[in-house]
Design a protein around this ligand. Structure first.
Ligand SMILES: Cc1cc2nc3c(=O)[nH]c(=O)nc-3n(C[C@H](O)[C@H](O)[C@H](O)COP(=O)(O)OP(=O)(O)OC[C@H]3O[C@@H](n4cnc5c(N)ncnc54)[C@H](O)[C@@H]3O)c2cc1C
Length: 297
């Protein structure tokens, strides 16, 4: 293990100070579900700054204007079990519910899932379609940046030395916005996504947003969806158009878990399923889990 020193600050400022004043390597620790596995596999963590005990990072708050503030250290299981989030943002609720096992969800934090910058991070597509912003504390102060573009490459974010994600912000969304999340994995138990996808649809403006994970080096917010759903559109036709746009934006690879072609096929399938779920269903969508064997159209 290559952890040289451990600090447990109680304020964001103290955490940033530890990170920026360290001469060697310094790493943020949240739930540790990714970081400790990486350290065991040989990652040099140097000074580890454990931010879990900073009270403001553990808050879930709805602002008067309807914005949702998720402190960076809010654990995924809390999001999965939050009735208000489930009622308003089903995609996020289902993504959280389908991340890992109960034990993992009780350690894993919402921001750690993004800080790890894995292409298959389950929360990323859901947060992308909800237009999430990332609040970052740095030695210079606080800034906000769009989640779209925050993950630059596999295991790479835009964060610079000394910066910490302090919150994810979902800005006020249209009042009747519907959203859904689907994940295809190999086994019935917990597993990383072969492909995951989230969609959001505003029936008042007929606007769609769509994000696909595990099908490129970062989760992808699909471009060019303006006007994809003109009045009178059938869900299946919209699903075909969503699939066409998604396939143009992803670049899946063959790996030990699935072939690139399989990921393309499943991306198209999930696009059609999202269109049906979001355009036809008045109630909430079915739980977003799909095994590879059970992925019907
Ligand atoms: C058995 C198992 C199953 C899993 N299954 C899934 C799954 O199905 N789906 C899925 O998406 N993930 C899965 N994961 C991955 C993992 O649980 C998530 O990515 C988790 O959300 C990471 O959060 P954490 O708090 O544990 O992060 P940590 O391990 O503490 O940190 C991860 C990375 O993010 C950085 N980081 C953490 N917080 C911040 C912050 N606030 N600011 C800046 N950088 C930060 C850390 O420095 C580190 O580089 C699984 C992991 C395990 C061990």
């Amino acid at each position: 293990m290559s952890i040289r020193r451990y600090e447990r600050p109680l304020t964001v400022k103290a955490a940033v100070d530890f990170l920026i004043n360290e001469e060697g390597c310094a790493t943020v620790l949240a739930g540790g579900t990714d970081l400790i596995a990486d350290v065991r596999a040989g990652r040099e963590a140097g000074l580890v700054v454990d931010i879990k005990h900073i009270p403001e990072l553990n808050e879930i708050r709805w602002e008067k204007d309807g914005a949702l503030i998720l402190g960076s250290c809010v654990i995924v299981q809390r999001i999965a079990g939050d009735a208000a989030i489930r009622g308003r943002y089903r995609a996020l609720s289902d993504a959280a519910e389908n991340l890992g096992s109960y034990q993992v969800r009780c350690r894993a934090t919402i921001a750690g899932n993004l800080g790890n910058a894995s292409p298959c991070a389950d929360n990323a597509p859901a947060l992308l379609v909800l237009n999430a912003q990332v609040r970052v504390a740095s030695p210079q102060g606080c800034r906000e940046t769009a989640l779209n573009g925050f993950i630059r490459d596999v295991k790479q974010t835009v964060l610079k030395r000394g910066e910490i994600i302090t919150a994810l912000i979902i800005p006020p969304r249209p009042p009747r916005l519907r959203s859904a999340f689907y994940k295809i994995k190999r086994v019935r138990g917990h597993d990383m996504a072969l492909v995951n996808a989230a969609g959001a649809y505003d029936p008042d403006n007929r606007e769609f947003s769509l994000a696909i994970g595990s099908a490129a080096c970062t989760p992808v917010l699909v471009r060019g969806l303006e006007g994809i759903c003109p009045p009178g559109s059938a869900a299946d036709a919209v699903g075909d158009r969503l699939a066409e746009r998604a396939l143009a934006d992803i670049s899946p690879i063959d790996d030990v878990r699935a072939s690139a072609q399989y990921r393309r096929d499943m991306t198209a399938l999930l696009c059609r399923r999202l269109a049906r779920t979001l355009m036809e269903a008045d109630g909430p969508p079915a739980n977003g889990i799909m095994q590879t064997g059970g992925a019907g159209g």
